[in-house]
Design a protein. Sequence first.
Lengths: 199, 177
Amino acid sequence: MIRPVAWPGDMHGVRSRKDFLRLAGALAAPGAFLAACGGGGEKSKKLTPAEVDFRLMNRILSLELAGIAAYTEGIPLLRGSALASTRRFLSQEREHAAFLRQHISDLGGTPNLPKTAAEYRRSFPALRDQADVLRFAVDLENRIVRAYVEFVPKMSSPELRAVAGAIVATEAEHISVLLGERNLPPIPSAFVTGTAEIG
Amino acid sequence: MTALTRRELGLGAAALPFALAVDEAFAKAEGQLAILRAAVELEQKAVLTYKAAAPKLGRSEARLAELLSRQEQQHADGLSMALRNRGGRPPSPPTGPGQVPGLERALAGDRRTILTFAVALENAAVAAYGDALRKLRDPRLLSPIVSILGNEGQHLAVLRQALGTQPVPGPFERGAR
């Protein structure tokens, strides 16, 4: 899991030019990058651009794998349009994970492995019904978006940044559909930062 | 381009000039200032589009258009400030539908024509910001651009739902290119 990003206050409500610039400044903070790359133990090692890219992607891969586990765990509790949507989203998260695994390998890295279903289950909140599943799915999708929003500026490959953008757009679309399933406003903010809107 | 986005464009022939204009503007934009300026222009046209569309739609879709207009304005404001802070000058916003390629024709149509124009507009925006992520290097710009790109994806999903089509057709939302 990534560490919480040092968001400047309540960033899910970015509503003004001032907020936009605060967001821009906060995400350029060097501390966030060190956290992303594994913390102080690796400060002294000079990473190649490829190493930076695959380490960032591995962090995101772990989140995508958690998302896959969560959808897999939650689908039996869903029905109707929520079931149809999440089945599709599960398939799409698998495609994201496959892309990340392949790209990490191509860059010489070793893709992170998923935890076991039991390990995921222990780390998830109790999922008793559709409302629990949808709430948790929004939370996980937000975490994935937050990771991409933080990491994209650190990615050296232009093509990788573009693919990451395509994935962010997809995850943001998932969030909108899931919020709609919960009868909540599907587009709560003009800037998708991945900060959870829902408690 | 996916089959769906081709179909979306095909349904909205009125939107094609707009999509092509955005595509051309971003393809030509190479430097940071040119990209920011193209983005501001795109957002300004989106603001005008949704403002002009709202009175022609039913109540719930009009409310959606008003929301999208406000969010596009927030993008335009943020990007304009970023442009000014780097020594650039934002373009003047368009003053009427005639300045947005294809919009007048779309507004003369029914709700489906208007919503399809909006889908094409958002598709063009998603593709344009994906292109910007490729070209830009400044981390202070990349994060907000990703955040805006995500929001345009959300607009796209909700508009597709309004049209009764699949809101998230594929795992990699690249827009229409």
